[in-house]
Design a protein around this ligand. Structure first.
Ligand SMILES: [Mg+2]
Length: 265
């Protein structure tokens, strides 16, 4: 066990620690957040949501912001943020490049994405929202995860031809993010800014938008929860990572117990 070496934990939010069906269940993690913080492990969020949205939802379930969780935020699939105030100069540099890449994506790939989504609609696979640019990249939504998955599989070979575009999926949301500025590369950049070796970073997520940090073998220590997409569970296992037997927050507790068995309560 090399868990004592982990210095930073990046947690996806939706369906990794937060369950829409049971929001207060997240409180089971509170004790762990305090223990890890005392042990000098920085626990933070890596989500498709904005910092504001994360803060609001955590507030609603009684997790007081930055007290001590989260200690950092990667927002909108790849922007580096402190928990309070403005990003540092180094973070801002990364964020500026990401914004440029997102804008470029909208110019280069949006018409193709729209065309493909429309072609699927003609065949009966109807999106529930138009393709639109947002801070994370380009996105559209489907009625449910299986429909989004079908669209993902059909559109992926076309988008794969564009080297700067990365087709991703989160629950019912189908999105294209800039390939060089994903959750995975953003987390690696955060590690670089903190002078951490990649194995000192534990990445935890559940869905295909976590694939870059969990399955791309960037060098992080990886783990996932029982409810994760089968592709993610396979990828995490293949990378030598831990797959919890429980879902969402209970699964994350299991991951913490596995990686930090010596951490005093
Ligand atoms: Mg998720």
């Amino acid at each position: 066990m090399e868990s004592h070496r982990i210095k930073l934990v990046a947690l996806d939010f939706d369906l990794t620690i937060y369950d829409y069906a049971d929001p207060p269940a997240i409180q089971i993690l509170r004790e762990w957040f305090i223990r890890l913080d005392r042990a000098g492990v920085a626990c933070g969020l890596c989500s498709g949501r904005s910092r504001k949205s994360l803060r609001q939802v955590l507030g609603e379930v009684g997790i007081e912001w930055n007290a001590p969780f989260p200690r950092f935020v990667i927002a909108d699939e790849g922007y580096l943020m402190p928990t309070e105030g403005e990003p540092s100069v180094e973070m801002e540099q990364w964020n500026r490049l990401r914004t440029e890449a997102v804008e470029q994506l909208a110019q280069q790939v949006q018409p193709i994405f729209e065309r493909e989504v429309a072609a699927l609609a003609d065949k009966g696979l109807q999106a529930t929202a138009p393709v639109s640019p947002g801070p994370a990249g380009l996105a559209t939504t489907y009625e449910n995860p299986p429909e989004a998955w079908k669209a993902f599989k059909r559109i992926q070979p076309i988008i794969a031809r564009y080297e700067d575009a990365y087709l991703s999926l989160n629950h019912h949301i189908l999105m294209i993010v800039p390939r060089q500025f994903t959750k995975g590369t953003a987390l690696a950049e955060l590690g670089r800014l903190r002078s951490l070796a990649l194995p000192q970073i534990l990445a935890v997520g559940d869905n295909l938008n976590d694939r870059t940090m969990l399955c791309d073998r960037l060098g992080f220590t990886v783990a996932t929860v029982a409810n994760a997409d089968p592709l993610i569970r396979r990828g995490v296992r293949a990378a030598g990572g831990f797959v919890a037997s429980k879902k969402i927050a209970a699964g994350v507790c299991e991951i913490f117990a596995h990686h930090f068995p010596q951490t005093p309560s």
